[in-house]
Design a protein around this ligand. Sequence first.
Ligand SMILES: Nc1ncnc2c1ncn2[C@@H]1O[C@H](COP(=O)(O)OP(=O)(O)OP(=O)(O)O)[C@@H](O)[C@H]1O
Ligand SMILES: [Mg+2]
Length: 423
Amino acid sequence: MSFLSKNVPEAEEPAADVATGARLIPRITIQAFCEHSQTAQLVESAIHDRRMSKVALTTHNGGLEGAIETYKSNPTPNLILVETSLQPDEIPGALERLAEVCDATTRLIVLGHVNDVVLYRELIRSGVSEYIVLPTSAQSIVSAITELFAAEGAAPIGRTIGFVSAKGGAGGSTVAHNVAWAISQYLRQDVLILDLDFAFGTAGLNFNQDPPHGLADAINASQMDQAVLDRLMSKAANHINLLTAPVMLDRTFDFAERDFEQVIELSQKSIPVVVLDIPHAWTSWVRHTLATIDEIVIVAEPDLANLRNAKNLADTIKALRPAESEPLLVINQIGLPRRPEIGAAEFATSVECSLLGQIGFDAATFGIAANNGQMITEVSANHRSNEVFRLIGMHVTGRGTSERVSGKASTLKLPAFLKRKRA
Ligand SMILES: Nc1ncnc2c1ncn2[C@@H]1O[C@H](COP(=O)(O)OP(=O)(O)OP(=O)(O)O)[C@@H](O)[C@H]1O
Ligand SMILES: [Mg+2]
C-alpha cells in the first residue's frame, strides 16, 4: 500500500556520516557551567563539531555552585557539563547537592582539574557519566557526549506520551498540542508531535502549518532512518516539530498492528519528547501503540458516555501493560453551560485513574485558538488552562507532581548519577 502523496526527500546525509565515521548526537539540550573563561570557550567551540549539529548548547558561569543555584528553580536539560576545581574529597558531596535539584533523566559530565583515578572510579560508580580532566580538547568532550547519546545500543533519549480521547471530540488533540507546546517552552527541549489521525488530524491546523511532508511519508518510506525523519519533520515553532497527518479521503487508512513502530522508535532515538495524538478509535495498531509507549493520558468530558469509555480504556490499558505506568486522566470542557456533569473527583474514582488535570469549557478562547491555528497561551497568555497544560507536561516528562512550581519532582526522583550510589 502507498500513502505517498508527495515524494519523500532523499537522505543526503546518513545519521552516521560515512566520510568521517561520525555519528550525529540527537536533538538534546546541553547546559555547561564553567568556572574559567577558557573552559567556556572550549565547550562553546565543541558546537562546531559536525556531530553536535542538532544539539542546543548554552554555557553559563559559576561551575558546580552555579549549576546548583540555577536548577533550584529551573528544569534540568538532557545533559549538564560542570567544571569544578574542588578537591577530590569535596566533589562527591557537592555532586550530591546537585543531584538533589536535578530531574531523574538528566546525565552529568564533570570537567575537573585533578587527574585522580580513585576519584574517577568513585564518580563513575556514583553514576556520573564521564569525568574529563582539564585541559582537554573540544573533540574529547564531543566524543564523550557521542559515546553517551549516540553509541550503538545507547538508550533512546525520547519519552513517548500518547493522548487519547475517551469519546470523539473530548479534546485529546487540543490537550496534546497545548501540552507539547508547554513542554517545549518550559523545558526548552525538542518535541515531536505525531498526528496519528490520518483522515481527520488537526495538528497541521492547530499549528497553522501545511507542510509538504508528514507521517504518511514516514511510514511509507522504503528506507527510513534518522536523516529521512529529519527531512520529513516540519518545524512549527522553536522546539516544536510535526509529522502531520495527510488528511485526504481519496483512500482509506487501514494499518497493521506494527506499522507505526519503526517511526516511533526512530523518533525516540533522536528527540527528547515525542507526543502522539491518537485518534478515538479501537484498532489493532491503536491497542499496540498504547501497549508500547511510556505514558498515556486519557482526555474525557465529564459525562456518562465518557466515563464508561474512560473506564474501559483504563482497565484495558492497565491489563495490556501491567508493569508500565498507569494511564492518567484529564477532564476537559468542565462547566459547559446547562450541561449536567459528573464531578471530577467522582469521575476519577470511578475510572480508577489519577486525575492529572481539569480544564474548563471556554468556547471563545478555544474557538479562537482553533480557528487561528494558535495555542491557548498565544490567544490568552494568562488563561487558567495554560498552567494545567504545563503541569500535565511536567508530570508526563517525569518532572513530578502538580504541587511543584519549579517543575521538579516533589517526591524526590533522584537522577541516575546519584541513584546508583545510594542503591
Ligand atoms: N476546554 C475546551 N473548551 C472549549 N472548547 C474546547 C475545549 N477543548 C477542546 N475544545 C474544542 O473541541 C473541539 C474538539 O477538540 P479536539 O479536536 O481536540 O478533540 P478530539 O477529542 O481530539 O477530537 P477527535 O475525536 O476528532 O480526535 C475543538 O473544536 C476544540 O477547539
Ligand atoms: Mg483528535
